[in-house]
Design a protein around this ligand. Structure first.
Ligand code: DX5
Ligand code: ZN
Length: 223
């Protein structure tokens, strides 16, 4: 199975984003956290910055929109040329409409679930999505501890994806490090976001390779 490591630039030096993207050129996608200080109590960056990142990044962008009103904003982010755009289920009144607007613009469509949001309402919508993001911390900040009680939800999703035969990626985001990546891989994740664990390492590139090796070892052991 194909596994992906997507470093979160939230943990990088915001004064040197182009150079920081260069440190993770061996990763699969660059995870970009967009926060609006409404959906989450934190503010990061918006469309103009994402447009520039898209131009200078050596790898495709994986946008994680922690914002209200994805019906309005998500298609505009897809129009930047982002490879993947993920919006929050809790913020969307019509997730299928948002997903279709993303795919129409050539982006992969992702839906994110906060730790307390059940997967059951979304299983029948899987054909509309290219990725489900199971948040393993409360969205809003990097550097938090992994919430292991989200793993049964991930396994429910992994079983549903396998049974459907669809190519839906399962992403985990928050508190992913050398220890927790094994737990998430065993529970069925295939796409791993890591912020502080990658950008806090002396060699971000070496840490990406290390995380990929750990995930591969544990995913293959289980599935
Ligand atoms: C949290 C963000 C995460 C965050 C992960 O709201 O969605 O992407 O950057 O950071 P770490 O890996 O440090 O938990
Ligand atoms: Zn994120």
């Amino acid at each position: 199975m194909v596994l992906r490591i997507n470093p979160s630039i939230l943990a990088s030096d915001f004064a040197n984003l182009e150079a920081e993207l260069g440190r993770i050129a061996n990763a699969d996608l660059a995870h970009v956290d967009v926060m609006d200080n409404h959906f989450v109590p934190n503010l990061t960056l918006g469309l103009p910055v994402v447009e520039r990142l898209q131009q200078v990044s050596p790898i495709p962008l994986d946008l994680h929109l922690m914002i209200d009103d994805p019906e309005h904003w998500a298609p505009l982010y897809a129009e930047t040329g982002a490879y993947s755009v993920t919006f929050h289920a809790e913020a969307a009144s019509d997730p299928v409409r948002v997903a279709r607007s993303l795919r129409e613009r050539g982006a992969r469509a992702g839906i994110a679930l906060k730790p307390g949001t059940e997967a059951s309402d979304y299983l029948e919508l899987l054909p509309e999505f290219d990725m489900v993001l199971v948040m393993t911390v409360e969205p809003g900040f990097g550097g938090q501890s992994f919430i292991a009680s989200t793993m049964p939800k991930l396994t429910v999703l992994a079983d549903a994806v396998r049974a459907s035969g669809l190519d839906v990626w399962l992403q985990v985001d928050g508190g992913i490090n050398d220890d927790t990546i094994a737990i998430a891989a065993e529970a069925g994740a295939d796409t791993f976001v890591a912020g502080s664990s990658v950008f806090g390492a002396e060699s971000a590139a070496a840490q990406i390779d290390h995380l990929r090796a750990l995930a591969t070892q544990h995913a293959h052991g289980h599935r």
